[in-house]
Design a protein around this ligand. Sequence first.
Ligand code: OGA
Ligand code: NI
Length: 352
Amino acid sequence: MAPGAPKLLLSDIVSHSHEVPSKYIRPASDRPDLSNVVNSSLQSIPIIDLKGLGGPDHQKIINAICSACTNDGFFMIINHGIPKAVVEGMLRVGREFFHLPESERMKMYSDDPMKANRLSTSFNVRTENVSNWRDFLRLHCYPLEKFLHEWPNNPSDFRQVVGEYSKHVRELALRLLEAISESLGLDKQHMVKAMGKHAQHMAINYYPPCPQPELTYGLPGHKDSNAITILLQDGVSGLQIMRDGKWVVVSPVEDAFIINIGDQMQALSNNRYKSVLHRAIVNSTSERVSIPTFYSPSPDAIIEPAKGLLGEDQPPVYRAFTYEEYFNMFWNKGLKSASCLDLFKQEQSEGS
Ligand code: OGA
Ligand code: NI
């Protein structure tokens, strides 16, 4: 990039700054209000041990998944089967990428949300007024052969390590989709089939330390547009979820992934399972890396409530739509807390 060109990435703007630049400052009515957040491990999300899946404890685990998806929209999993070395490698190359010189990282930069593999900042710089305290590398991961050659090749083992990680995460996503189908009383393969040819996207989120975390967000409150999210994070806290009208801290647990229900699963389950608001807060001392995998339907998949969940008293809440239709709406709308799903309700009442 040309010397003296305006800097686009947050990590390059803020490295020597002691104040939040004005374009990151939220209006007073829309700040994190950090003194009003629930921070107690007792109030955090359920932890589900997947070790017994397929064994004698199978039904207990399925019931725990049902309860977590119904009540929390979020849960953690341990004994998920992804080797520790694979997970640590993923976090390492993710961090190393963001520590590369600016000129090297900028080779991946694009502000076009429709570009599959790209480095960008905030959420959607083309449409938003206030920026978020985040840079991110977004990668498409399935089918891997289709996208691997567009990924960064610096660090030199990036493609190998992230490719390996994404294959393991896909296996895990398929197991979770089977368990989720079963927990709804549906055929085990229901969700896998309902998602067409499937898609898997990953974000490597990089949140630099922020001199005034009370003025801005890493990511403001939002719901994920995909079916299920599998979130890996380093040891630094930042995720908060909405429960009973309050923001609740979800602190990292070693060797655990966080799973959450996205909008597509809410639609497919006819509102039985909830896509829940969550946000990322930044802090003044530590950088933070979080790596969500967004497991999604393919763009052409037709999303509609599972027939097996409908009845006289359970009419379909949503009309059928393609995931592509939804996805375009999601990115253009920006991260608004009102759910994008409301736009796809079966009978749209006035003003909804
Ligand atoms: C996301 C997200 C949470 C986090 O990228 O959609 O919710 O903790 N991230 O970074
Ligand atoms: Ni999210």
